[in-house]
Ligand binder design. Structure first.
Ligand SMILES: Nc1ncnc2c1ncn2[C@@H]1O[C@H](COP(=O)(O)OP(=O)(O)OP(=O)(O)O)[C@@H](O)[C@H]1O
Ligand SMILES: [Mg+2]
Length: 455
C-alpha cells in the first residue's frame, strides 16, 4: 500500500482531516483540497492514485471536477462522496465514469477499503495503460538533452522522420531508461501531427482477447460484457500517432492482427465485418532483442520486418560521453526547484565518478540518483557521498555484478538475476528494491511479472 497517494476534495474540514489521518495511518499519502479548482492545481504535482470528491463543492461542482479529472487522466479512479439528498448526483457521476460513491456520514474503514479497491483496479488498468497526452505537454526534440555524436545521430534521424508526412512504422530500440518513450513523444510533438492524438499503449502481458478488444475495439454484443460498441485505440489515434510500447510483449495471436492493420491500413472491430480505414503513424519500442525473439519464434518475423524498416537505436548512457554531465545539470536544476534547494555545482570527483559509472538504468537511473543527491545534500556542492551509486564500477573486482555477464549469457537473464538480488537485499520490499535499481516501482512490478518473479 505504501507510496499510494490519495487526494480528498471536500470543503468539510473536519471530515477531510480525519479521512486524511486515517488513510495516512494505513500507508497512504493523503492530501486535501477544499475546492475543485484547488484539486485541479494539485493534480499534476500529486499524480494521485485515487481521488475522493464531494459531489457538492463550493464553486466548481463535483461532477465538473470529475469531467476535468477524466480529461487530465482517464484512468485515475474518482470516488464521489455524497451527503443525504445528493444521491442522484452520485449516480450521474458513476455514469460519467466515477469509480464508485460513498454516502455521508462516511465510515472511515469503508473509505479505506474503497481506496484499496480503486487502487487495485487502477493497477490492473495500468497493465494496459493508455492516455492521450495533450500536445502542449509534450516537448519537441529540443527537449532531449545531449550533444554526444551518438545521441546527435539519433536526434538527426528523428528530426527527418518527424518532418515526413507519411512514414513507415518506426522501431525504437535500446536499454531500459535510455529515453525511448521520450523520443517517441518528441517525434510526435515536432511534426505536423503534433496537434493530433498520441495514443500510448503499454503492451505488457495482457490476455490476448482483452488486448485485441482494446486495440481494435468491439461491436455491441461481441462478447458478454460488450453492452455498447467501442472504438479501439488504433481508431482513437486517427490522424496522429499510436505508440506501441514494449511491443515485444504482444501476444502472438494479436501480432498477426496488428500486422494486418498496419499493412491494410484498416481495422476491424471484434464482432464486426466492417473494415474501417485508418490513417495512423506507428512507433513501437522495445528493450528486448527482437531479432532473437524472432529466432525463438516468440515474435512474428513478418511483423518484425514490417516494424524494422526504420530502426532508431537509442544508445546507452555510458556510450554518450559527457552527456551524463549535461543531463545531471538539467536534473539538478529541476530537483532544486522541486525541493527548494540550491545545489549549484557538482564536485570534480563526483563528476569523474559519474563519467566512469556504467549506468545500467541509464538516464532514468541518473535522474533518480540526482534527485536523491539533491534531497540529501546540505551545501551548494554535490559530492561523491551524495551520489550513493547503487552498482559497483566495472573496475570493482570484488563482486561479479557490475561486470558483463559470462560469454553467451543473455541480458534478460542477467537483468532477472539483478532484480532477484535487489529484491533479496530489500527483504522483498518493492519500493526499496526499485530505488536500489534506479527504476520506478511500476517498472519493477512489471518486470517482476515479466520474469515470473511476482507473488
Ligand atoms: N535525452 C534526454 N534528455 C532529458 N531527459 C531524458 C533523456 N532521455 C531520457 N530522459 C528521461 O529519462 C527517463 C527515462 O526515459 P524513458 O522513459 O523515455 O526511457 P525508456 O527508454 O522508454 O525506458 P523503458 O525501456 O524502461 O521504458 C524519463 O524521465 C525521461 O524524461
Ligand atoms: Mg518506455
Amino acid at each position: 500500500m505504501s507510496g499510494s497517494t490519495v487526494l480528498i476534495v471536500d470543503d468539510e474540514h473536519t471530515l477531510a482531516r480525519s479521512a486524511k489521518a486515517f488513510l495516512a495511518d494505513h500507508g497512504y499519502e493523503a492530501e486535501v483540497a477544499s475546492t475543485g479548482e484547488q484539486a485541479l492545481e494539485l493534480l499534476e504535482r500529486l499524480q494521485p492514485d485515487v481521488v475522493f470528491a464531494d459531489v457538492r463543492l463550493p464553486g466548481m461542482s463535483g461532477l465538473d471536477l470529475l469531467k476535468r479529472i477524466r480529461d487530465f487522466d482517464p484512468v485515475i479512479p474518482v470516488i464521489m462522496v455524497t451527503a443525504y439528498g445528493s444521491i442522484e448526483g452520485a449516480v450521474e457521476a458513476v455514469k460519467l465514469g466515477a469509480f464508485d460513491y460513498v454516502k455521508k456520514p462516511v465510515d472511515l474503514e469503508e473509505l479505506k477499503l474503497l481506496a484499496d479497491r480503486a487502487r487495485e483496479n487502477r493497477l490492473l488498468k495500468q497493465e494496459l495503460s493508455y492516455y492521450r497526452r495533450r500536445a502542449t505537454r509534450d516537448v519537441g526534440l529540443e527537449g532531449l538533452v545531449g550533444e554526444s555524436p551518438a545521441i546527435r545521430a539519433v536526434l538527426e534521424r528523428a528530426r527527418q522522420i518527424a518532418a515526413l508526412d507519411e512514414t513507415p512504422p518506426v522501431l525504437l530500440t535500446g536499454e531500459t531508461g535510455t529515453g525511448k518513450g521520450l523520443l517517441a513523444h518528441a517525434i510526435h510533438a515536432s511534426g505536423s501531427r503534433a496537434v493530433k492524438a498520441f495514443i500510448e499503449v503499454n503492451c505488457t502481458a495482457l490476455p490476448a482477447t482483452l488486448m485485441e478488444a482494446e486495440l481494435f475495439g468491439y461491436e455491441r454484443g461481441a462478447f458478454t460484457d460488450a453492452k455498447e460498441s467501442k472504438p479501439g485505440l488504433v481508431e482513437a489515434a486517427e490522424g496522429g500517432f499510436l505508440f506501441l510500447d514494449e511491443i515485444g510483449d504482444v501476444d502472438l495471436s494479436v501480432q498477426g492482427k496488428l500486422l494486418r492493420a498496419i499493412e491494410e491500413r484498416a481495422v476491424r472491430r471484434v464482432g464486426s465485418v466492417r473494415e474501417r480505414k485508418i490513417d495512423v503513424h506507428i512507433i513501437a519500442a522495445t528493450n528486448r532483442d527482437l531479432e532473437r525473439e524472432v529466432r525463438q519464434e516468440r515474435f512474428r518475423k513478418d511483423l518484425y520486418f514490417r516494424l524494422a524498416v526504420i530502426v532508431l537505436h537509442v544508445p546507452p548512457l555510458r556510450e554518450r560521453g559527457a552527456d551524463v554531465l549535461l543531463l545531471s545539470e538539467r536534473f539538478l536544476r529541476a530537483f532544486n526547484a522541486k525541493y527548494g534547494k540550491a545545489v549549484r555545482e557538482i564536485s570534480a570527483p563526483a563528476r569523474d565518478l559519474m563519467r566512469a559509472y556504467p549506468w545500467p538504468g541509464n538516464v532514468r537511473e541518473l535522474s533518480h540518483v540526482i534527485e536523491r543527491a539533491v534531497l540529501w545534500s546540505r551545501g551548494p556542492t554535490l559530492d561523491v557521498e551524495h551520489l550513493s551509486l547503487t552498482s559497483p564500477l566495472p573496475s570493482d573486482a570484488s563482486t561479479d555484478h557490475g561486470a558483463l555477464p559470462p560469454q553467451g549469457g543473455d541480458l534478460a537473464g542477467w537483468e532477472k538475476s539483478m532484480i532477484e538480488q535487489a529484491m533479496r537485499e530489500a527483504g522483498g520490499n518493492q519500493t526499496k528494491a526499485a530505488q536500489r535499481l534506479g527504476i520506478s516501482r511500476d517498472t519493477l512490478r512489471y518486470r517482476l511479472k515479466k520474469f515470473g518473479l511476482a507473488g
